[in-house]
Design a protein around this ligand. Structure first.
Ligand code: ATP
Ligand code: MG
Length: 421
C-alpha cells in the first residue's frame, strides 16, 4: 500500500522547481530594489488572530481554516494568509510604533477549499506589506512594483482592476443600502447569497453565478458612497498610475474577501488560467493594526499566489529545467575513486558555484556514462587506469560535440575555465 498525501497538498518535485526557483529569486531581487526587507513568520498562530482580523463572516474563517487544539487545549490555526501574522509580528516586536516598515515574506498558506487546478489546500504566497504609510503614493508604488515584475519576468495576460472601499462609516451606510436592495430582490438571490445577506453582503457582489449577474449589475455602487478624503486618495492613486503608464480598470464591484480592507483594493487578473484568475491581490488595511492591539497605523499590502504565477509564466514562456550538474565523474576502481574525491573537492574549492556529481556505487564505464547522460550533465570526467598511470583526466563533452580532451591533474584549475566557458 502506497502512503497517500493529504488532499490538496502537493509535493513539488525537482522537475517543477526550476521555474519556481527562477521566479522566486527574481521577485526577491525586485522587491528588495524597492526597499522591502525579509521577515519570516511562524506558519501557525492563535486562532483568535485570524478570526479578529480576517473577520467572522468571511469564507476563510467560516469554512476554510485548519484549526485544532494543541496539547495545552489552546486553539491554533495554520495560517490561511500572511497579513494577520505580519501585523501581529509588527506589534509583538515593536516594529510599528513611530516607524515605517516595508517587509516581504513567502511561504505556505493553508485553506480547506475544494482542490482543483490553481486552488489547493496548501499553496504558496509571496507577500509584501508596507506599514506606517498612509498613501496614496505607496499604494501606487506597490502596483508599479507589480508591473515591473511582469515586465522582468516576461509575464503577459494580466490586467489590473482597482477600486476604493472608502472608510468604515461610508461602508456601513453602503452595507445597509445593499442589504435593503438585495432584501427587496430576495427571490432572485441564490442560496449562497441568501446566507451572506446579513453576515457579509458585500461578498454577494463577488458571486460568479451568471444568474445573479443582472441583479448585481443593478445594485448600488460603493464608489457613489465614498467620503471626500477617500475619493481624493483614489483620484491621486489613479493619477500616479496613469503618469507611470500603467493600464487599469476601475471595477466598483471589486470588494475582496477579507474584512479588514478599506480604501484602495486591487487585483491582477488573468483569463488564461480558467476560473482561478486572481494572481496577485491586495489592499489597504488602515484599521487592522489597531484592531489587533497596536497603535493606529495605516498600511497596505498584496499577496501573490505562486502556483498561479508559475502557471502563467509557463503559459507564455519555456518551462525552466531543473538545475543539472556541470560535471559527472566516472571512475574505474579504488585508486580512481580516491583521486576523484580529491579533485572534486579541489574543484569545489576553486569555484563554489560548480555542481559535481561523483559516481557512487561503482558500475562499468558504460553504465556510469549512461548515468552521466541521465543527470543532464554538460561534461563527464573519466578517470581510468590509463589516466591514473599517466597523471591526467579525460574531459568529455556530453552536449555539443562529444569531444574528449586530456587534462593533467596538475592543471585542473583550467577545467573551470572550460566548464564555465
Ligand atoms: P480566489 O478568489 O481565487 O479564491 P482569494 O481572493 O481567496 O482568491 P487572496 O486571499 O486574496 O485570494 O489570496 C491572494 C492570492 O493567493 C490569490 O490572488 C491567489 O493567487 C492565491 N490563492 C488564494 N487561494 C488559493 C488557493 N486555495 N490555492 C492556490 N492559490 C490561492
Ligand atoms: Mg478564496
Amino acid at each position: 500500500m502506497k502512503p497517500k498525501t493529504i488532499r490538496g497538498m502537493n509535493d513539488l518535485l525537482p522537475e517543477t522547481l526550476g521555474t519556481w526557483r527562477y521566479l522566486e529569486s527574481k521577485i526577491i531581487q525586485i522587491v528588495e530594489s524597492y526597499g522591502f526587507d525579509e521577515i519570516r513568520l511562524p506558519i501557525m498562530e492563535r486562532t483568535e488572530l485570524f478570526k479578529r482580523s480576517i473577520g467572522e463572516g468571511t469564507d476563510i474563517v467560516e469554512k476554510e481554516m485548519y484549526t485544532f487544539d494543541d496539547r495545552n487545549q489552546e486553539s491554533i490555526t495554520l495560517r490561511p494568509e500572511a497579513t494577520a501574522s505580519m501585523v501581529r509580528a509588527g506589534i509583538t516586536n515593536g516594529l510599528l510604533h513611530n516607524q515605517k516598515q516595508k517587509m516581504w515574506t513567502m511561504g505556505p498558506m493553508f485553506r480547506y477549499e475544494k482542490p482543483q487546478k490553481g486552488r489547493y489546500r496548501q499553496f504558496y504566497q509571496f507577500n509584501i506589506e508596507a506599514m506606517g504609510y498612509a498613501g496614496p503614493d505607496i499604494d501606487a508604488e506597490l502596483i508599479i512594483l507589480c508591473a515591473r515584475m511582469w515586465k522582468v519576468l516576461r509575464i503577459k495576460n494580466l490586467s489590473l482592476k482597482i477600486n476604493s472601499l472608502g472608510n468604515k462609516n461610508t461602508r456601513a451606510k453602503y452595507r445597509e443600502d445593499l442589504i435593503n436592495y438585495f432584501s427587496d430582490n430576495l427571490d432572485n438571490l441564490d442560496e449562497n447569497s441568501k446566507n451572506r445577506l446579513h453576515s457579509n453582503p458585500l461578498r454577494i457582489l463577488d458571486s460568479k453565478n451568471p444568474e445573479m449577474k443582472k441583479l448585481i449589475d443593478e445594485a448600488p455602487i460603493l464608489l457613489d458612497y465614498l467620503d471626500s478624503e477617500s475619493e481624493e486618495h483614489f483620484n491621486k492613486l489613479k493619477n500616479i498610475l496613469s503618469d507611470a503608464g500603467i493600464d487599469f480598470q476601475v471595477n466598483p464591484k471589486l470588494v475582496r474577501g477579507l474584512d479588514y480592507y478599506n480604501r484602495t483594493v486591487f487585483e491582477w487578473e488573468t483569463d488564461v488560467l480558467g476560473s482561478q484568475g486572481a494572481v496577485c491581490s491586495g489592499g489597504r488595511y488602515d484599521d487592522l493594526i489597531e484592531k489587533i492591539g497596536g497603535k493606529s497605523t495605516p498600511a497596505i499590502g498584496w499577496a501573490m499566489g505562486m502556483e498561479r504565477l508559475v502557471s502563467l509564466y509557463e503559459y507564455s514562456n519555456e518551462k525552466i529545467n531543473k538545475i543539472s550538474p556541470h560535471i559527472y565523474i566516472a571512475i574505474d576502481g579504488d585508486e580512481a575513486q580516491k583521486k576523484a574525491f580529491q579533485i572534486s573537492e579541489e574543484l569545489r574549492e576553486l569555484n563554489p558555484k560548480i555542481r559535481i556529481q561523483l559516481n557512487m556505487g561503482g558500475g562499468s564505464f558504460k553504465s556510469q556514462l549512461k548515468r552521466a547522460d541521465k543527470s543532464n550533465s554538460n561534461y563527464a570526467i573519466i578517470i581510468g587506469l590509463d589516466e591514473l598511470k599517466n597523471d591526467y583526466l579525460s574531459l568529455k563533452s556530453l552536449r555539443r560535440n562529444q569531444e574528449q580532451v586530456k587534462i593533467p591533474f596538475s592543471k585542473i584549475n583550467e577545467l573551470t575555465n572550460i566548464i564555465f566557458d
